[in-house]
Design a protein around this ligand. Sequence first.
Ligand code: CTP
Ligand code: MG
Ligand code: K
Length: 159
Amino acid sequence: MLELRVLLLLLIANGAPVFARFLMGDRGGLPIDSGARFKDGRPLLGPGKTWRGLIAAVLISALAAPLLGFSILTGCAIALLAMLGDLITSFCKRRFNLTPSSRAPFLDQFLETVLPLAAYQDALGLSLIQIAVIFAGFVLVNWGISPLLFRLGVRKKPY
Ligand code: CTP
Ligand code: MG
Ligand code: K
């Protein structure tokens, strides 16, 4: 089922940075914004956006993609677009004065799923309804498993 395969790829791409931090710890994750601040004085992106997370997303998605019936290239591109969406989200959260790692329901999940889906809509043959279903599934899975991953020590926040 296409929707399920795409949903799994997006969960893997967006989950990879969290697992990379869990496995390797807080040290060693070089912030993408190098600690820079925007003209409003707040972090450009924040310390939660690291090169390690971005690289982990691309590498793990490249490995997972063929298992889900996608090419390695598609896996890399979907992961890169998901990470781009995630970075844009963090940039916007900081501009809205939301502190790093704060909870922003739906906003936290929106661009990291919808940006890659919109870019790959034609290539994957997805309808707008299917994109909405995948986004809803992504939000539901996050709500379902984030508290569990928090209790297991994988996530730093229960969301
Ligand atoms: N992460 C990372 N590199 C990335 C994205 C995420 O290392 N490019 C790791 C960080 O440890 C981050 C965690 O995954 O704290 C959870 O990611 P996310 O929820 O996207 O970031 P937040 O910490 O919540 O930051 P923000 O408020 O900017 O969304
Ligand atoms: Mg978060
Ligand atoms: K996010």
